[in-house]
Design a protein around this ligand. Structure first.
Ligand code: FES
Length: 105
């Protein structure tokens, strides 16, 4: 596992509004939910929809293309949307002073 710093700041995130981050060309969906920052894979497992443009419904990240649903904490695909498979939810660290977000990959 390596630790990487994301190119966005925790202080700029708004509750339940995913944004895009990338590290060396790999794309992530980053969002604040219930006061906690979540970093998940940014590309949907179905047809490659942009999960960083998705929405949050209760405890799920919803793909904007065909509504595939993923658990915000684990990345597990919902049984209700069997056309998607699990994605990764990354361990996340926030620097309380600067708002820098780091993840382990
Ligand atoms: S591309 Fe995400 S559900 Fe189809």
């Amino acid at each position: 596992m390596m630790e990487y710093r994301l190119n966005l700041n925790a202080k700029d995130l708004k509750e339940d509004e995913p944004v895009k981050a990338d590290i060396n060309g790999k794309v992530f969906s980053v969002f604040l939910h219930a006061g906690k920052i979540h970093v998940l894979d940014g590309i949907c497992t179905h047809e490659g929809g942009p999960l960083y443009d998705g929405s949050i419904d209760r405890n799920e990240l919803i793909c904007p293309w065909h509504s595939g649903a993923y658990d915000v904490d684990t990345g597990k695909a919902s049984e209700n949307t069997p056309w998607v498979t699990d994605i990764t939810a990354y361990p996340t660290k926030i620097d309380g002073a600067t708002g820098e977000i780091s993840i382990e990959i």
